[in-house]
Design a protein around this ligand. Structure first.
Ligand code: SF4
Ligand code: SF4
Length: 98
């Protein structure tokens, strides 16, 4: 039986790139995002507008390291790429590599 609660992050870093900047987050979503995660605005403002890369991401070889891991935004804590894939929001295989 598959345990839907188990998820192993492979630390590929693909979810930490290709992010929207704060200006690109739809205005209608901003209040919801801030209610869920007060740190979200600072996170999105740390996104490079040219690349969509979070500036807190460091790659050590093929391994993603979050430089603010212990203080990372809630949305980063709860994010599961398998759920996003199941909802058809993205495809990790096709996502850009950091
Ligand atoms: S895309 Fe998935 S496996 Fe890769 S770092 Fe993000 S959560 Fe982990
Ligand atoms: S704060 Fe850390 S976990 Fe969140 S997107 Fe940036 S590098 Fe990834």
């Amino acid at each position: 039986m598959t345990d839907s609660c188990s998820f192993i992050c492979e630390r590929c870093g693909k979810c930490c790139v290709n992010l929207p900047t704060w200006d690109e987050v739809p205005a209608v979503l901003k209040c919801w995002v801030l209610d869920f995660d007060p740190k979200a605005e600072a996170l999105y403002k740390a996104v490079d507008p040219g690349t969509g890369h979070c500036s807190y991401l460091r790659m050590e070889g093929q391994t993603a390291v979050c430089s603010i891991y212990d203080d990372r935004p809630r949305m980063c804590v709860v994010y599961r790429c398998d759920e996003a894939e199941a909802m058809g929001l993205w495809n990790r295989e096709e996502a850009p590599v950091p």
